[in-house]
Design a protein around this ligand. Structure first.
Ligand SMILES: [Zn+2]
Length: 269
């Protein structure tokens, strides 16, 4: 049984000197591959270098996360496209999108940040369209605007994954109908998350991908601890339960879905 963690953040472990141990535990948990997701200029370089160093196991993406969008967002976005000209390329653009949950308290400041997020999202989608690459979407409390913006961008929905899906089964239908997909985190293992569990069932396993989004959102039974890629198996097992599929078969399907979506090659020893 093998697992792929399709969305994690490894730069923090590296800074804390914990990365080797984290990768060892991932290998022991049969996590064969992971995708280190970019959020801002600082982690793009780290992720690039990590995926060069561990080329069999780690792939990377670059993108400006909506929670890192400030007035000067365009300086970072301007530096983004060059990564796709490098020899060692990102496998996707992301995570990008809209986050209305973490906005400033002051309404005027919040409106300003929303406008910057919108512009940064549009510009990055335009880059993704030009490159024809997969796109990792972050969307929190911003469903309608997210869908509208992607529609307007002309990006092929088949290239879209809405990560850490937190919306309803009705809302996942809309995404799936357009050709897009959602990936799921440890939230699916929580007792108080029937809405997200229903969304897993609604989408089914044909395009499903799973992710830890570590170091955040530890799945049960590790809740309360720092999350890490090794725990992705708990998410896969929970999805197998929800979908009533044997974990062994589902793990294979998830690995295939993820390799296909991000054009990853199978690692060789
Ligand atoms: Zn993330």
């Amino acid at each position: 049984m093998e697992w792929i963690d399709s969305h994690c953040h490894l730069d923090g472990y590296l800074r804390q000197g914990k990365l080797e141990a984290v990768l060892d535990r991932a290998a022991k948990a049969n996590v064969t591959q992971m995708i280190a997701i970019g959020t801002e200029l600082d982690d793009w370089t780290i992720n690039h270098d990590l995926s060069l160093q561990y080329s069999q196991r780690i792939s990377y993406t670059v993108g400006l996360h909506p929670c890192h969008v400030t007035e000067s967002w365009d300086q970072q976005v301007n530096a983004l496209e060059a990564y796709f000209d490098r020899k060692h390329k990102p496998v996707a653009l992301g995570e990008i999108g809209l986050d209305y949950f973490h906005l400033p308290k002051n309404p005027e400041d919040a409106e300003g940040i929303k406008r910057f997020q919108q512009s940064a999202f549009e510009r990055q989608l335009a880059i993704a369209k030009r490159l024809g690459c997969p796109v990792v979407i972050h969307s929190r409390d911003a469903y309608d605007d997210t869908i509208e913006t992607i529609d307007a961008s002309g990006v092929d929905w088949n290239k879209i994954v809405v990560h850490c899906f937190s919306y309803s089964s009705e809302q996942i239908k809309v995404i799936n109908k357009r050709g897009g997909r959602a990936s799921f985190t440890g939230i699916v293992t929580y007792k108080n998350a029937p809405k997200v569990q229903k969304a897993v069932i609604e989408q089914g396993s044909d395009v499903l991908m799973i992710e830890t989004d570590s170091p955040y959102l530890s799945p049960e039974p590790h809740r309360g601890k720092t999350n890490e890629p090794a725990y992705v198996a708990e998410i896969g097992k929970k999805c197998a339960l929800l979908l009533d599929e044997p974990p062994m078969e589902l793990s294979q399907k998830l690995a295939e879905n993820t390799r296909k979506f991000f054009s990853l090659s199978v690692p060789h020893e």
